[in-house]
Each structure stands twice: as C-alpha cells, then as structure tokens.
Design a protein around this ligand. Structure first.
Ligand SMILES: [Zn+2]
Ligand SMILES: [Zn+2]
Length: 408
C-alpha cells in the first residue's frame, strides 16, 4: 500500500497546479461553468464515461475496470464561498468576494488525481468507480440535485450484469488537524442544519401605553431564552442539539411599539430523533409563550442538510484501509461528531459509506489556532493531497476486490 503513496506523490505537482487554478477562479453555488470546464480538461485522455448534469454543473465520470463487479462512488465538491480572501497567497482568488475557503479546490484536485491513478490500474479493477464532481455543497444542496438527476441509477455492465453503487467515500480537508493525518468515526459524523424563523405577531402602539398595544418584543426575548432552557431540560445531553439565534429584530425607534418581532437562527442535531424532537419543541415553546401573552406566532423550520451518518461497517473498512496506506498511527478516531453540516449526507442516506477528515494544517502551525475552514485567512498544506489521493484510490480498489468487505 505504501507504493500507492509513492504513486500519489508523482501526481502531486499536477494536483497542485489544478488546485491553484481552481483557487484563483472560484465559483459559488450550483452553476460553476469555469470550474467544470477546468476539471473536464484535466480529465481529458482518461478512459471515463462522463455524464454532464443539466440542473447543475455537476457531473459523473465512470471508470469501468477490466473485471466485473459493483460500483463505488468517490466524491469531490467543487464550489467556493461568497467571501473575501485575505491569505496573501500568490494564487489567491482573482474573483472579488469569492474564495475557496473550505478547501473544496483540494477535494476536486485530489479526485482528479485519484481518477488518474485508478485509470492506470484499470486492469486490476473488479467493477467500476463513479467519480462524483459536485457543485453547491455550501448550502445549495448540490448533492441532492445530482441524486435527483439519477446519479445513482447507473446502467448495467456491457454484458448486462448489474453493477449497483454499493459504497460511497469522500474526504474533507480541515485546518484543525496536522497535514496528512486523517480522523473519522462511525455513526453520526456531522450535524443536521435547519433554518429557524419565528415571527411574533403583536399589535403596534404608543410606547407610553403598552396596555393598549400587544408588544411583541418581550415575548420574542422570552422565546429566545425559553428555547435554551428547553434544550437543556428536554434533550439528552449525549444526543445533543444546538439552537443558536443569530438575528433578532423588531422596531424602528424608542417610542413606538412595533407590530412584529422576528427571530432567526439555526438548529443543529446529530440524530434524526433529536432533530425531530427539537422541531416539535420549538413550535410548542414559541406557541405556548405567545399564548401566555395573548399574541400569535408563526414558526417556520426550513429543512437543511440531514445528519451525516457514516455506515459503521464501511467506516471500519475505510479506517483499516487508511491505516494501511498512511500508517495506523496517523488515523484518529474522533470522540464525537462535529456540529457543522455536509450535503454528502444525502449520498450516505442512499448508499453505505464514509466521509473522513484529512488534516491540512501546515507543519509549522498549531491546528488549534490556525485559521479554520471558512476563514478569510485559511490556507492548507497541499502536500496533504498525497495521502488523500492514495486513500481515495485504495478505498476504491479494496472495496471492489472485496478483500475487506463492508459489513452489512
Ligand atoms: Zn464549508
Ligand atoms: Zn466543505
């Protein structure tokens, strides 16, 4: 397996070139025409069947091995964030207010590198590899759009043998882990992320005569604090949730009672059970407090990404493979999930698989204090892509040859 790392090392300079090109010309959302063209160009000459999606800039690239077998999906996301870049890098973004601050440029470059490595090993492949190049991970449901367009409805092999997608694998670079290490856990890896909007409907009036109005402001304040009490009193601390109110707004001046107040926030959970419980509880708390003060309330929860849930069997397999490739001492078992969210969760709802974190902190920096993903100053050690490319390749090959089968 260490030869895979040597091979990946040979692909590093082209991966760095591609990553820097993507970094200079980032795009946001589900339409990434420049990015897609750049990636397609870098895949030219490889024996891939490419399916361009039409609702987004996503595409699937299928590599068919010389031997029959199932299909494994490897995913790389391609989108950037709407924010300024202040890294001072030579290859910093040339697009105003657009930055690859989540490292998706490295994911795309690693996936292209893995496509090259696996194409070179086509004769050994017992099955197929579906490379998923997806847009819109940063809140735009890019993966869901690709699944909706039939990404997983793969055709049979040329001789008619079915070759369904039996596993899925993705890596996410992080500046919270030293370069080249990986961290992972089975079960819940990342949180669900839902949007909360509560509107308190009162009745406006003169600030000196609150009894003739229905003041929505104290009611809104009470709802905010009551939600935090609800979290600590009703939710199992070992199956946690976070409700953060990021915006509360009402009123225009000091001597007017406004008609409405608004509360906007995010709800995170690491199990669908807690997620559903919290949705119901938020509704109950807001309506109960509103009723107590004779105002009405509208609670709108807009569903975001589901919980990212790693399949236990596949995770044990991928952990073992990563250990073989980079050394078991470089593979960390995470003690708990992180409360960020990921739309690879949609893929993991449909196929057993795993997302793993890949360390990207420069060796001379402290992962605890280095600018984090989504910071305008975040940078990644590009050398980490060697381990990433090697692990993508090894997971695909070994899933297909069945030497370490994913437990059901
Ligand atoms: Zn991100
Ligand atoms: Zn990301």
């Amino acid at each position: 397996m260490s030869t895979l790392r040597d091979e990946a090392q040979d692909h590093l300079s082209t991966a760095v070139d591609l990553r820097r090109r993507l970094h200079e010309w980032p795009e946001v959302g589900n339409q990434l025409p420049i990015t897609r063209d750049t990636v397609l160009e870098s895949l030219q000459g490889l024996p891939l069947d490419i399916t361009l999606h039409t609702t987004t800039s996503g595409f699937g690239a299928m590599l068919t091995g010389d031997k029959p077998g199932p299909t494994i999906l490897l995913r790389g996301d391609m989108d950037a964030l709407p924010m300024p870049e202040d890294t001072g890098l030579d290859f910093a973004s040339r697009v105003p207010n657009t930055m690859h601050a989540c490292g998706h440029d490295t994911h795309t470059a690693m996936l292209v590198g893995a496509a090259k490595m696996l194409s070179g090993r086509r004769s050994e492949l017992a099955g197929r590899v579906l490379f998923m190049f997806q847009p819109g991970e940063e809140g735009h449901h890019g993966a869901r759009h690709m699944l909706g367009e039939g990404l997983l409805d793969v055709p049979s092999l040329a001789d008619g043998t079915p070759s369904p997608v039996t596993g899925a694998f993705a890596m996410h670079i992080t500046s919270a882990l030293p370069a080249g290490m990986v961290s992972v856990k089975g079960g819940s890896l990342m949180a669900s992320s839902d949007h909360l909007l509560i509107t308190v409907h009162g009745r406006g009036g003169h600030a000196s005569e609150p009894h003739r109005a229905l003041d929505p402001i104290p009611v809104a304040c009470e709802i905010v604090t009551a939600m935090q009490t609800m979290v600590t009193r009703s939710i199992d601390v070992f199956d946690p949730t976070i409700i953060t109110v990021g915006r509360i707004s009402a009123g225009t001046t000091n001597n007017v009672i406004p008609e409405n107040a608004q509360i906007e926030g995010t709800i995170r959970a690491v199990s669908e059970n807690t997620r559903n419980k919290v949705h119901a509880a938020v509704q109950r708390v807001a309506e109960g407090i509103a009723a107590a003060h004779d105002v009405s309330v509208t609670v709108e929860v807009t569903l975001g990404y589901p919980v990212t849930s790693n399949h236990n069997g596949f995770t044990a397999f991928a952990t073992a493979v990563a250990g073989d490739v980079i050394g078991a001492e470089r593979v960390f078992q995470m003690p708990h999930p992180v409360m960020g969210a990921e739309d690879f969760s949609y893929v993991l709802e449909a196929v057993p698989g795993t997302m793993m974190f890949l360390g990207g902190t420069h060796p001379d920096r402290n992962p605890g204090t280095a600018p984090p993903n989504h910071s305008n100053r975040v940078t990644f050690d590009e050398g980490a892509m060697v381990n990433g490319m090697a692990i993508y390749t090894a997971v695909a090959m070994r899933h297909l040859d069945g030497t370490v089968a994913a437990a059901p």
